[in-house]
Design a protein around this ligand. Structure first.
Ligand SMILES: Cc1cc2nc3c(=O)[nH]c(=O)nc-3n(C[C@H](O)[C@H](O)[C@H](O)COP(=O)(O)OP(=O)(O)OC[C@H]3O[C@@H](n4cnc5c(N)ncnc54)[C@H](O)[C@@H]3O)c2cc1C
Length: 470
């Protein structure tokens, strides 16, 4: 049969009777930073909680895509991401061994990720909270009953089945649940611009002392601007950003790389993810050749592992009860229903090899509020969306998307879900002052005066001056 709207040839599958396999109070779909914090928070606050993850381990982009470091937890003066996210960072530092701890014990910003340690820490902390984990399981459809989700269809080696929960947390990073439930969303910019993907990787056999000495003696940036440009001019690296996004030293010989881009990837399309995986691995081979030839300290490196998937920075942004916009970021706005603070800069990677990064920092010590309403998808009462696909404009997504923020949003979603579950209500009926009190009591930071919005203010933003770089 041909579908008249998009010319796709379709078949009709006979109606299926599926078993109900799980009936938790709360189900969390997606075991990245957002889903981990959401599941821990929901379970700790008394709700029976099921965390569903398509891979065989937790961590999302931070483990599956080998994103090599945690973005800053601090605003340059104090930690603004605290609670579960900060606790997980500290647990990873302590579990990673004395050498790692000695290097990074005092550091809150750009702490490298020891991937295998982090996977174990996540397993342990989620299980200790009382939440149940179900790996190797994909959510592929939702059952609707008016404005409520009444079930999720999951698919795994045991077959297809239905999860019936009271409340649903979408922590898929791509707002998969929201999209399946018919929530309106946007993808990328007005012209379809999307941030590129990056295939991150880990090498061993590096020599940090030799590299540091080279940086000190030549005055090169650690991000290797000069050498990347030179290799591009020599045709030994492709055009695009003229520096490495980051090298993260796990030890003196093991380093993680966030380097280069794969363009025109829509992370909600399997075909694009496939092409990006193949192109990403090819690009790594080129980059390893570059590193060995051009960069002192990397002559003898050996590629240990590349991401199980291309790193995806941006896909869907849901339409929520409030859309956080760049003016809110620039004026460092505080909302009555804040559930987190964000101080990370606007960090939009170039959409094609000829364009530039869009960067905008807040002043040191400053942050803006993230309102609860950004996580409430229009038209659905028992669904909340947390993480990089909350309701925001594109510049704010370029800032909110990083892992420390995802922990904070996930924690708030989990606490809210537990409150809604206990009270037998939807997400919009949760008492915001009570939610904020619980979050603060459990270690989160909501600014100096949680719950007190800015007084009527003149918002004088003017033209946004971005600091462009390539
Ligand atoms: C290349 C790159 C570099 C970055 N650099 C940094 C950095 O240095 N520091 C930093 O803090 N942040 C960085 N970020 C951003 C950050 O890693 C992500 O935005 C963040 O991890 C998003 O967290 P999340 O939990 O919302 O989503 P994800 O990490 O994407 O996790 C979503 C999880 O849900 C699972 N899932 C998705 N759909 C389904 C489904 N239908 N059924 C079952 N499971 C599903 C996925 O397998 C995944 O585990 C970077 C991102 C990229 C791509």
């Amino acid at each position: 049969m041909t579908n008249s709207t998009n010319n796709t040839v379709t078949v009709t599958i006979p109606a299926q009777q599926l078993p109900i396999s799980h009936t938790p109070d709360i189900v969390v779909v997606g075991g990245g930073a957002t889903g981990i914090a959401a599941a821990i928070a929901a379970a700790r606050n008394g709700a029976s909680t099921l965390l569903i993850e398509q891979r065989g381990y937790l961590g999302g982009m931070g483990t599956a895509a080998l994103v090599p470091a945690f973005c800053p937890y601090s605003d340059g003066e104090k930690p603004v991401i605290r609670g579960i996210g900060l606790d997980l960072l500290e647990k990873m530092k302590h579990a990673a061994g004395d050498d790692f701890l000695n290097r990074y014990e005092e550091q809150l910003d750009w702490v490298p990720i020891d991937v295998e340690t982090l996977k174990r820490v996540y397993d342990a902390e989620v299980l200790a909270s009382g939440a149940q984990i179900l790996f190797h399981t994909v959510t592929d459809s939702v059952l609707l009953d008016g404005d409520r989700i009444s079930g999720l269809v999951i698919s795994n080696k045991s077959g297809r089945s239905v999860v019936q929960a009271k409340l649903y947390i979408d922590a898929s990073g791509d707002a998969d649940l929201a999209a399946l439930a018919g929530v309106p969303f946007q993808v990328g910019g007005e012209n379809g611009d999307l941030q590129p993907g990056t295939m991150c990787y880990v090498v061993t056999g590096a020599d940090k002392e030799r590299f540091d000495q080279f940086i000190a003696e030549t005055g090169q940036q650690p991000q290797l601007e000069g050498l990347v440009t030179l290799a591009q001019q020599n045709g030994e690296l492709p055009e695009g950003r003229k520096r490495i996004s980051g090298i993260s030293w796990v030890s003196n010989s093991v380093a993680g790389f966030n380097f280069g881009h794969i363009f025109n990837i829509d992370g909600t399309k399997a075909e694009d993810l496939t092409r990006a995986a193949i192109e990403g691995r090819q690009l790594i081979e080129t980059q390893i050749r570059f590193l060995k030839k051009y960069v002192p300290g990397f002559e003898n490196i050996f590629l240990v592992h590349s991401g199980d998937q291309i790193g995806i920075r941006e896909t869907r942004r849901i339409q929520g009860d409030y859309t956080l916009v760049v003016e809110d970021f620039l004026t460092m706005r505080t909302f009555e229903d804040d559930i987190a603070r964000n101080s990370y800069f606007i960090d939009i990677h170039l959409a094609n090899a000829g364009s530039a990064m869009t960067i905008k920092h807040l002043p040191k010590g400053k942050s803006h509020g993230v309102p609860y309403r950004c996580m409430l998808p229009q038209g659905k009462s028992n669904l909340i969306v947390a993480g990089r696909s909350v309701s925001s404009d594109r510049p704010v997504q370029g800032s909110l998307r990083v892992m420390p923020n995802c922990f904070a949003m996930g924690e708030a979603a989990g606490v809210a879900a537990s409150m809604a579950s206990i009270a037998g209500v939807g997400f919009r009926e949760v008492s915001i002052p009570e939610l904020q009190r619980k979050l603060v009591a459990q270690g989160a930071y909501l600014g100096e005066h949680p719950g007190v919005a800015d007084a009527d203010r003149e918002i004088a933003v003017g033209t946004i001056a971005y600091d462009e770089e390539n």
